[in-house]
Design a protein around this ligand. Sequence first.
Ligand SMILES: NC(=O)c1ccc[n+]([C@@H]2O[C@H](COP(=O)([O-])OP(=O)(O)OC[C@H]3O[C@@H](n4cnc5c(N)ncnc54)[C@H](O)[C@@H]3O)[C@@H](O)[C@H]2O)c1
Length: 499
Amino acid sequence: MSSALDVTEALDIEPPTTELARRVSSSLGLSTSPTGTFHGPPWTKTGTSLTRTTTGGASHKQLKPFAAEEIKILLLENVNTTGQDILRSQGYQVTALKSSLPEDELIEKIRDVSVIGIRSKTKLTARVLREAKNLIVVGCFCIGTNQVDTKVAAERGIAVFNSPFSNSRSVAELIIGEIISLARQLGDRSNEMHKGTWNKVSNGCWEIRGKTLGIIGYGHIGSQLSVLAEAFGMSVIFYDVVNLMALGTAKQKPTLEAMLGTADFVTCHVPELPETKNMLGRKELGYMKDGSYLINASRGSVIDIPALIDAMRSGKIAGAALDVYPAEPAGNGDYFTNELNPWAEDLRSLKNIILTPHIGGSTEEAQSAIGIEVSEALVRYVNEGITLGAVNMPEVNLRSLTMDEPNHVRVIYIHRNIPGVLRGVNAILGDHNVDKQMTDSRGDVAYLMADISDVNVTVIKDIYQRLESLGGKGFSTTLALDAQSANEVPARIMTRVLY
Ligand SMILES: NC(=O)c1ccc[n+]([C@@H]2O[C@H](COP(=O)([O-])OP(=O)(O)OC[C@H]3O[C@@H](n4cnc5c(N)ncnc54)[C@H](O)[C@@H]3O)[C@@H](O)[C@H]2O)c1
C-alpha cells in the first residue's frame, strides 16, 4: 500500500503522523498532485497507464493518487474491459458487474463508492443520487446521459462524463455500406435469395462513382463520411447551419433546398432539435431528384416517415435506409409493429428499404473507444479535478504542476453560483501563494480550481477545514429536498484537495 508518508517524503513535506495522514487521506479525499495541463501536451497511453507527453523543460509529476486503493469504483452493465483496465491501472478498487441493478440495490451499493460507471440501463435518479454520499463522479460509458439526473448531480457536486463522439466512424462506415446497398438493391436481392428466388437484374442498379452525396449536418459523422465518399469517387455537397471548412473537394450549399435538388443520395446527420424535427417532410422530399435515395441514421424525428412512404410508393425516392425511428423499443424482440409506430407495417412492405435497429454506432471498436474515453475522463477528474468534457459542470482546467514544484496543493471548491462566495474563498486562499486559479459556472453551480504553493499537510488541512466551514446560503429547488430549510442550502457543495 502506498502510504501517505511515502508521498509526503517525496514531496518534502514535514512527515505527518501516520494517523493524521490516514485521516487526511480518507476524510479529505486527498490525492496526489495533478499531472494534467490546460494548454499542456496531450495525454498518451503507455501500456495501461496514462501519461502526459512532455516537450522539454521540467517534467510533469506522474504521481499515483494518494491512497488510490481508497477510491472505490462500481462499474455496471458490463463496461468494456479497456475502460476497466485503465481504472484498475490507477490502483483504484474496481468492482465490475455485468448487469444493471434495481433501484434499492443500487442505493445500497452507491453509498459506498466515489465513482460509478454505467451504460444506458442504469437510472441515476434524484433519489439514488441523494443517497450517494461519497460519490464525486459518474461515467456514462455510452453516448447519451438521459438516464442520469444531471441537474441534481451537479447540485451535489457530482460531475457526469460521457462519450458522445466515439462511434462517429462506425456510423460513417455504415452509411457507405448503405449507399452501395441501395444503389445495387442488395437488400431486395438478398431477401429474394433467402426465399429461393433467383432474380438477376441490372435495371435501376448503379455504381456510386460519379454520383453526388448530399450530407445534412457536417459534424463528427458527416465530415468523416465526406472523406470516405470521395474515396469512392463521389462528389460531396453538404448543408449545415454553421459555415464549415469543407474536407477534400466537398462543397457547402447555402440552403437545404439547393442541396436536395442536386444530390443523388441524401443522408441526415443532424442532432435532435426543434428545428430538425421533420426537417425532411413532403415539401423537402419534393425538392429531391427523381429516383434519388434517402438515408437517416441521426434521430427518428428528423424525417416525416409517412411522407417518405408516399414518396417511395410513387417512385420519387428509389430507396431508403433508416436506422432510427420516432419510437424505439427498450429491448430486443418482435416490437417493430404498428403498435410502436403506426406506419411500421407500411414501411416494412416497401421495396429497396434497409431497416436497421439503431445500430449505426454499435461496433466493438466504438465500445472500446467509449471505454477508453470515459475512463480517461474519470481518471483526470479523480486525480486532478479536470472537468473538460463534463456534461453538467463548467469546463475547468489548469496548467499542470511539474516536478520542480513539489509543495503544491490543488484546491477544488464546488459551490452555488451566488454573490459573495468567491470573496470568502479568496479570503482563505489569499493567505497563501496562489500560483494559478480558474473559476467558471454553469447554471446554478460554479467550480473553482486553484494551485497553491509552499504548503505542508498542516496547512492543507487548515485550508480544507476553513473552506468546509464557509458560510453563505443559496436558493435551490432540487437540493431543498434534503436541506434544513425549505429553499435555502449552503453555498458550499463540495471541497476537494489534491496534491
Ligand atoms: N445511429 C446511431 O447509432 C448514431 C450514433 C451516433 C450518433 N447518432 C446521431 O447522429 C447525429 C449526428 O451526430 P454527430 O456526432 O455528427 O453530431 P455533431 O454535433 O458532431 O454534428 C451535427 C451537425 O449538425 C449541424 N446542424 C445542427 N442543426 C442543423 C440544422 N437545423 N440544419 C443543418 N445542420 C444542422 C451542426 O452544426 C453540426 O455540424 C446526431 O443526431 C446523433 O444523435 C446516431
